[in-house]
Design a protein around this ligand. Structure first.
Ligand SMILES: O=C1O[C@H](COP(=O)(O)O)[C@@H](O)[C@H](O)[C@H]1O
Length: 227
């Protein structure tokens, strides 16, 4: 694996600003090169400020396709849904003019999964940029250690979107697969707090994506860290 580059930012707000600026530049470059830019962004709480800032960037947003790295299969509009966080951050600003491709179809059965895969393939892939978060358990997107569905989502021939059932989770999830995320030429991992920094060090020492799934997307990535 190509070692990630780690940038330690002086504070969380400074990290949010620097990463939002870097992403806006990456999207401008993709639009200039191909007329369209495709980005996947994480859910959770860490990226909220960064996504709010990015959503205010001066960009040709109608040419930007936004999707998520993963989604929690809650009822639509639920506060735990990553979509809900995105609606209140990135997509609340100028970026509301972007084209959003959700990861949930109607319901959480196989037909919904297949419909969401189709939409991804037709509208959101291949990604130009993937932004990922990481949990203290070394999960990235919803690639959770020990989860039912993890092996399939890590496989080199995995479909772009996979169902995941993490042990003890409040709801099932869907996640972009490891090869789909790893194929993004630009990848950023955004982590905050000493526990996440320790988890990153632990993952790098483990060298096994089944134990530390973040490794599957880390090669050549830029890691952004703030205390
Ligand atoms: O459950 C999730 O958690 C991770 C990490 O979130 P954070 O707020 O601790 O950074 C997130 O990247 C993922 O998209 C989300 O579904």
């Amino acid at each position: 694996m190509k070692a990630p580059r780690v940038i330690a930012h002086p504070s969380r707000p400074q990290m949010a600003r620097a990463l939002a600026d870097a992403l806006a530049e990456a999207l401008r470059r993709a639009i200039a090169a191909r007329g369209v830019a495709r980005i996947a962004v994480p859910g959770g709480e860490t990226p909220r400020e960064m996504l709010t800032r990015l959503g205010e960037a001066e960009l040709d947003w109608p040419r930007v396709v936004v999707t998520l790295t993963d989604e929690r299969l809650t009822p639509p509009g639920h506060p735990r849904a990553n979509e809900t966080m995105l609606a209140g951050s990135l997509l609340a600003g100028r970026a509301r003019a972007a084209r959003f491709v959700p990861l949930r179809g109607a319901g959480d059965g196989p037909d919904a999964l297949e419909a969401a895969r189709r939409a991804l393939r037709e509208r959101a892939l291949p990604l130009d940029v993937a932004v990922l978060g990481m949990g203290a358990d070394m999960h990235a997107a919803s690639l959770f250690p020990g989860a039912r569905g993890l092996e399939a989502a890590l496989a080199p021939d995995a479909p772009p979107l996979c169902r995941i059932d993490p042990e003890g989770a409040l709801e099932p999830r869907v996640t972009l697969s490891a090869p789909t995320l790893a194929a993004a030429p630009e990848r950023h991992l955004v982590i905050a707090g000493a526990d996440k920094r320790a988890a990153l060090e632990r993952a790098l020492a483990l060298d096994d994506p089944r134990a530390a799934p973040v490794l599957a997307v880390l090669g050549g990535a830029v890691v952004h860290y703030a205390d």
